[in-house]
Ligand binder design. Structure first.
Ligand SMILES: [Zn+2]
Ligand SMILES: [Zn+2]
Length: 338
């Protein structure tokens, strides 16, 4: 039996959504989100051309996990603020609007101290971590502004993944704690391409297995780790369904065991020329959107060569033209696959 083009575009998921089936629209971050990421980074690091960097980020994620459990109390939204946000269709904890609690900086410094505790004495990353821990509040706030606004000019590219780690920690706590403090804090939002909790871009999307999310695709927030539903085979940038294609590193996978084969694909759109990676739990149960996105940099290079631009961001590896880069900058592309 052959399927017509229009029939092929309707996945079981889409049919279920159109039929009004109940599915969780939003998945809040789990308490162990950073621990899961650290585990996956260590798994992916074995034999990987970016091994040292993946292991460094694993240490950062382990520190994030430890700090999240004991995060100090921060101001949370009121019921009135939640109502106002859902009436305007804006994310309640929009990074452009929500005033950051000062605690994010002291928690960042505590996180950096924890990272230093775990890094070997001869690690080349130590100097950068120490230098960042000594920067003053004003400098940290300036860097945070640029990071959250997606401005790479003037961004310290070497320190950015670490500053972002502190911001991820704060927003992940904020999103979880707000859900405890306010009933239904995350209502309808207008922009389906951004996180309904904090308004940030996704890092990647994930097709999930298990429970009531079985087979559904979610976009994973780069900042707060919330996941929001979007039907499959739909561009995450322009929401078109017409020109979506999937690319993987199959040819390279045979030669490079570190590549995630078909469990990681780039979903490209010929309508707007953007792409976002998608990771599939049904092909590899251990995929983690942020870790797998970082470890599949070769795929970014491949689709970039074909003229596609990334929709989304991975704070562990920013692309841009920052002018304060230091020696601890993220590593060059995977040499092994060149
Ligand atoms: Zn978010
Ligand atoms: Zn598009």
């Amino acid at each position: 039996m052959t399927l017509s083009a229009s029939a092929r575009l309707r996945t079981p998921e889409e049919i279920a959504v159109n039929a009004g089936a109940d599915l969780p629209r939003l998945r809040l971050p789990d308490a162990d989100v950073f621990a899961q990421r650290a585990l996956r980074l260590r798994q992916l690091a074995a034999g990987h051309a970016m091994r040292d960097y993946l292991l460094l980020m694993a240490v950062v994620c382990e520190a994030q996990h430890a700090r999240l459990a004991g995060y100090p109390a921060v101001p949370l939204p009121t019921v009135e603020q939640a109502d106002a946000a859902s009436q305007t269709g804006a994310p309640l904890l929009d990074t452009a609007q929500w005033p950051r609690a000062a605690a994010w900086k002291s928690e960042l410094r505590a996180l950096l101290a924890q990272v230093l505790d775990q890094l070997p004495a001869d690690s080349p990353a130590r100097a950068g971590v120490q230098a960042l821990a000594q920067r003053d509040d004003t400098a940290l706030e300036q860097q945070a502004e640029r990071l959250l606004a997606g401005i790479t000019l003037g961004l310290d590219m070497a320190a950015a993944p670490l500053i972002a780690a502190g911001l991820q920690l704060y927003w992940t706590h904020l999103v979880r704690a707000s859900a405890q403090a306010v009933p239904n804090p995350y209502g309808y939002v207008q922009d389906a391409t951004r996180c309904p909790c904090c308004g940030s871009l996704p890092t990647a999307s994930v097709t999930r297995v298990g429970g009531d999310s079985e087979g559904f695709r979610y976009l994973h927030c780069a900042l707060c780790n919330a996941e929001w539903h979007m039907v499959r085979i739909k561009c995450t940038h322009c929401l078109s369904t017409g020109g979506v294609r999937f690319r993987a590193l199959q040819a390279l996978a045979d030669a490079d065991q570190s590549t995630r084969r078909e469990s990681v694909q780039a979903e490209t759109c010929d309508t707007c020329q953007h792409y976002l990676k998608i990771v599939h739990m049904d092909r590899d149960l251990h995929v983690e959107p942020v870790a797998d996105d970082l470890a599949s940099l070769t795929l970014d290079l491949l689709v970039a060569e074909e003229g596609y631009q990334r929709h989304g961001v991975n704070f562990m590896l920013l692309f841009g033209d920052g002018d304060e880069g230091g020696e601890a900058a993220p590593p060059p592309p995977e040499r092994g696959s060149a």
